[in-house]
Design a protein around this ligand. Structure first.
Ligand code: SF4
Ligand code: FE
Length: 492
């Protein structure tokens, strides 16, 4: 099957029986729900750009499994060039959506599970790698979006999965049958879950022998019997439900999406199982998936950062201060920080290596350094954007006020006229454009898109401490001590 168009992708979601709950109710037509639709449009961009000849090299690639042309979001990276192209593609998508476009979690899961299943089979003679290759061929041929589901609720963090008071705190096998397994549990803050055709579930931490039933990885359709999602709300999300608030929303077209995904006795046939009790491989999947996703942030967050830097520059221009040296310097600083993140994304890709299974893995140390910087720099970029834009980002009246014909002034002026008078930008710039750019900045810095740009920069792909543990492990302090000893002439 050929690549899907954006419209075909949206239509394909309607055919699924995905169970979505929001504000305590089941949402039947969730595809057209004003709070959900922007996140669907965002994933649709990954399809739209793949149809655009201008971006063909970045967005499409030959499948290593079939030789067919596929969307890069379903690709197994075959070289360091592929890894770098992945980051460049994510930057492009960030620039086009100013949001989290969600499809990367599946791509990162494909690459982590592909290489890990190969090594499990090598040790145990299992058939997980064959299962996975068949599944991925199906995904590539049908151009599907797949959620990579990793983060369990975790309950008491001081305890292993098998020690939890409630065993559902980590996804686990509750029944083993001849033809498959039955699983229970949940995954939290799942990016793009509802917008995905399928899910790949993976463990979220390293496990011991007692955790065998929790060491499980598998694929299942998003509308599998027993599976449902509860939508995660975002700051200012109900603005999307208001009439006449498209400017107030800040980014009316695109947005991110996170949900709680619940597995209530879901049956998984044998052919979709990629790990089932081989507990010592749980950590390998986690480390590889997290590594890829930490690389990803050196692309997506940079693209979104580009839009925020542009918005700050426009805000300065509209206020007539773009020539002020202090403003210019802040824009330089924002650019420097943003490009540093891109450097990290490219560097961990350029230093990638071939796995036993044949796909390419990023350099783990550099990917963790990349994500560690992402936990900091976007915050500084946001601070500078707010500094340049001014307080109006958070104090401006609503769009309804700007459009209101209610008379308020002594001479019959309407609320709309008063707002337009006092919030006028410099000559030649419409008040509406100023409104638009302020709301765009608000959306990214502290509105709905701040989920994807700010807080996700902190916690997505693992919280800062998770990267510091990996940096400690990969940093080779012993080797560095030896370097110092050699030159200082220290002999033990
Ligand atoms: Fe992709 Fe970035 Fe969203 Fe992760 S946070 S899914 S890498 S856009
Ligand atoms: Fe993420």
């Amino acid at each position: 099957m050929a690549l899907m168009t954006a419209q075909e992708y949206i239509d394909s979601l309607r055919k699924l029986n995905t169970r979505v709950y929001m504000f305590g109710e089941k949402i039947d037509n969730w595809v057209d729900h004003p709070m959900i639709r922007p996140s669907i449009n965002c994933v649709a961009m990954t399809y739209a750009l793949a149809q655009d000849p201008q971006y063909a090299d970045l967005m499409t690639v030959k499948s290593s499994l079939t030789g067919h042309t596929i969307n890069r979001f379903t690709h197994l990276h075959q070289s360091t060039e592929d890894l770098m192209n992945k980051v460049k593609m994510q930057r492009l998508l960030g620039q086009k959506t100013a949001s989290c476009f969600q499809r990367c979690v599946g791509m990162d899961a494909f690459n982590a599970v592909f290489s890990t299943t190969y090594e499990i089979d090598e040790k145990y003679g299992t058939h997980y790698h064959e299962n996975f290759k068949k599944f991925l061929t199906f995904v590539q041929d049908n151009d599907l979006t797949v959620d990579g589901a990793m983060t369990d609720p975790k309950g008491d963090r001081s305890k292993a999965p098998s020690q939890q008071a409630d065993p559902d705190m980590y996804v686990h096998v509750v029944e083993r049958r001849e033809d498959g397994i039955v699983v229970c549990g949940a995954k939290c803050h799942q990016t793009g879950s509802i917008n995905s055709h399928w899910h790949i579930f993976m463990p979220t931490i390293s496990m011991g022998e007692a955790d065998k039933d929790w060491a499980v990885s598998f694929a299942c359709p998003t509308d599998a019997e027993g599976m449902y999602m509860i939508y995660g709300r975002q700051s200012c999300d109900t603005r999307k439900m208001e009439e006449d608030a498209s400017i107030d929303v800040g980014n009316a077209k695109f947005g991110g999406q996170e949900a709680l995904v619940v597995l209530d006795h879901v049956f998984i046939p044998n052919e979709y199982i990629f790990l089932n009790g081989e507990y010592e491989f749980a950590g390998m999947i986690v480390e590889r998936f997290a590594g890829y996703h930490r690389q990803s942030y050196g692309g997506c967050k940079v693209g979104v950062g580009d839009t925020l830097i542009g918005a700050a520059a426009l805000a300065a221009e509209y206020n007539g201060v773009e020539k002020a040296s202090a403003v210019k310097d802040k824009l330089i600083e924002m650019t420097h920080l943003n490009e540093t993140l891109f450097c990290c994304g490219i560097a961990c890709s350029a230093q990638g290596f071939k796995t036993k299974a044949g796909n390419y893995q990023i350099d783990l140390l550099l990917a963790n350094v990349c994500k560690q910087n992402v936990t900091r720099f976007p915050y500084e970029i946001v601070r500078l954007a707010e500094d340049i834009a001014g307080g109006l980002v958070v104090t401006m009246p609503s769009q309804t006020d700007f459009n209101s014909d209610t008379v308020v002034g002594r001479n019959g002026e309407t609320i709309g006229e008063i707002c337009n008078k006092f919030f006028a930008a410099r000559e030649g710039v419409s008040t509406e454009n100023r409104q638009r750019i302020m709301r765009f900045i608000e959306n990214l810095c502290l509105g709905a898109a701040a989920v994807g740009y700010r807080t996700e920069s902190m916690h997505g792909a693992g919280s800062p401490q998770a990267q510091r543990i990996m940096i400690a492990r990969q940093g080779n302090i012993q080797g560095k001590k030896q370097l110092a000893k050699d030159i200082a002439g220290i002999k033990d």
